[in-house]
Design a protein around this ligand. Structure first.
Ligand SMILES: NC(=O)c1ccc[n+]([C@@H]2O[C@H](COP(=O)([O-])OP(=O)(O)OC[C@H]3O[C@@H](n4cnc5c(N)ncnc54)[C@H](OP(=O)(O)O)[C@@H]3O)[C@@H](O)[C@H]2O)c1
Length: 264
């Protein structure tokens, strides 16, 4: 079973995790072996502006999912974020480093992690900026909106300061599917290894798709939420478990090009 809460999606069922009874009903009769919990309010400024709403979904809602997993002995895999860190690492953050979120989104995701980790075999997977294509009926991603604007000859303004380590969402899905099988608990990091800014990333997208790179402009993101300068995650545990390193950005761009062609 997959779920949506405000945007209906074919083949998925409606579930609002802030509704304890609805969560209980969804988990009725121990129908799941594993729950991959990725539902959250994710927009940093939105979470800063609407702190109570963000906490209700990301913390209270996660609490409902955790308790349902506990009651039905369902394994929980909780998708978390590099935003639990403060962006000033001496070297890449490893799984044992102490979180120190700078903004309310990070605070709520850290609280969600702590709730998840009250389950004995729960797994928390922290990922950085994700990238990928969106389908025609899906919310635009940074990649799809950048490509659309450039194709239409419109300028793209992207942050040129915050250092990011994007990872292809399809790779995250594959890692989650393997981890869902069990055997690994606690906190794990999975991150791209290449540093970039959204500005440099948009320029690489333009080059890769033969679009006009001069339409891409750097700007300092004006943000309500504090943004970490550099939240590099080290994927030490995953490497030790024998997982392949993530694709380079060049390889990821190849995947995006193939996916786009296949979708035409
Ligand atoms: N995107 C990134 O770069 C990134 C990076 C690190 C970690 N993450 C984590 O990855 C997960 C997914 O993020 P995303 O970028 O895919 O975010 P997204 O596009 O905003 O998706 C969030 C999902 O949560 C659902 N949701 C929101 N409120 C809900 C509620 N009350 N009950 C049930 N479902 C609810 C949404 O459903 P509707 O659309 O139907 O409302 C949507 O499917 C999150 O846990 C986020 O913290 C994302």
């Amino acid at each position: 079973m997959g779920t949506w809460s405000t945007t209906p999606r074919e083949g998925l069922e409606r579930l609002d995790i802030t509704d304890a009874r609805a969560v209980d009903e969804a988990f009725a009769a121990g129908r799941f072996d594993v729950c991959i919990h990725a539902a959250a309010r994710c927009n940093l400024d939105d979470c800063e502006r609407h702190r109570t709403l963000a906490s209700t979904t990301n913390v209270v809602g996660t609490g409902h999912v955790v308790e349902a997993c506990r009651r039905t002995r369902t394994r929980l895999v909780y998708v978390s974020t590099d935003h639990v860190f403060d962006g000033a690492p001496a070297s890449a953050y490893v799984e044992t480093d102490a979180p120190r979120p700078l903004q309310h989104y990070g605070v709520t995701k850290r609280e969600g992690e702590l709730l998840a980790l009250t389950l004995e075999d729960a797994l928390v997977l922290r990922v950085p900026l994700l990238y990928g294509l969106a389908g025609p009926d899906e919310k635009a991603t940074f990649v799809t909106s950048t490509l659309e604007r450039l194709a239409a000859g419109q300028p793209v303004y992207a942050d040129g300061e915050q250092v990011r380590y994007p990872v292809l969402v399809d790779e995250v899905a594959a890692v989650l599917a393997r981890l869902a099988e069990g055997g690994v608990g606690g906190v794990l990091h999975f991150s791209g290894a290449e540093a970039t800014t959204k500005y440099s990333w948009a320029r690489r997208l333009a080059h890769a798709f033969n679009l006009d790179v001069t339409l891409v402009h750097a700007r300092k993101e004006s943000s309500l939420a504090a943004r970490p300068r550099d939240n590099r995650l080290g994927s030490t545990r995953l490497s030790a478990l024998g997982f392949e390193p993530p694709l380079t950005l060049t390889e990821g761009l190849d995947v995006l090009r193939h996916q786009r062609e296949a979708a035409r």
